[in-house]
Ligand binder design. Sequence first.
Ligand SMILES: Nc1ncnc2c1ncn2[C@@H]1O[C@H](COP(=O)(O)OP(=O)(O)OP(=O)(O)O)[C@@H](O)[C@H]1O
Length: 237
Amino acid sequence: MTAPGGTTTALTAQDVSRTFGTGAAKVHALRAVSLSVEAGELLVVRGPSGSGKTTLLNVLGGLDTPSSGRVWLGERELTAMRPDEVLAVRRDEIGYVFQAFGLLPVLSAAENVEVPLRLRRTPGPERARRVASALERVGLADHARQRPYELSGGQQQRVGIARALVAAPRVLLADEPTGQLDSATARRVMDLLREVVHTQGAAAVVTTHDPELVARADRVVDLHDGALASTAGARRS
Ligand SMILES: Nc1ncnc2c1ncn2[C@@H]1O[C@H](COP(=O)(O)OP(=O)(O)OP(=O)(O)O)[C@@H](O)[C@H]1O
């Protein structure tokens, strides 16, 4: 079966459900969620704590398998792939940004950004060029040699964004990427995320429960108790 979205649809979820546990302890973390994201579009998934945002990102990014339903990356069905194929897709086509930045403390900013390229066995000279360009893009060209603990929270998350985008993934997934930042820094990081998504043409899904960040979205969907609310999908002008 081909993906139900159009030709520019980078990511599609169709009737995705995820349950945890059994019997009385069963939790319906996702209930028949369907959505699609276009290349160059920033979709914000908004919802209270426990509504299923992280579970949704994990399923979209091949870190978890839905109990039912399907996920496509472009024309290819992620949920039909073998585990080794999913690993290759995660390495080559998806960038992840984490709330707690997820940087390796013993590596410099540049070395952290370089990690996805090393995993992909990108040749050395091209790695150096791409890392320099990614750090430049997030405004950290002068901080390449610093370790994470020598950087502010906002700078660390900019390194996280550079790392997620350095390999030019089709899809960018960010789980509350500004959750650890003060509100002014959070706005700047979100502006940057929006700009790089638009210029690089990645399809981005960003979760948040910060209403201010929603203003930076191209589109917003609301998740409640694992289900998309009926107003979901309204396109912002
Ligand atoms: N591995 C798991 N085992 C059992 N239950 C889980 C597991 N992962 C998530 N859940 C449950 O699924 C529901 C959704 O959790 P999820 O972490 O996706 O919510 P969230 O919206 O990301 O919350 P938060 O904003 O607090 O991070 C919650 O009830 C949670 O307890």
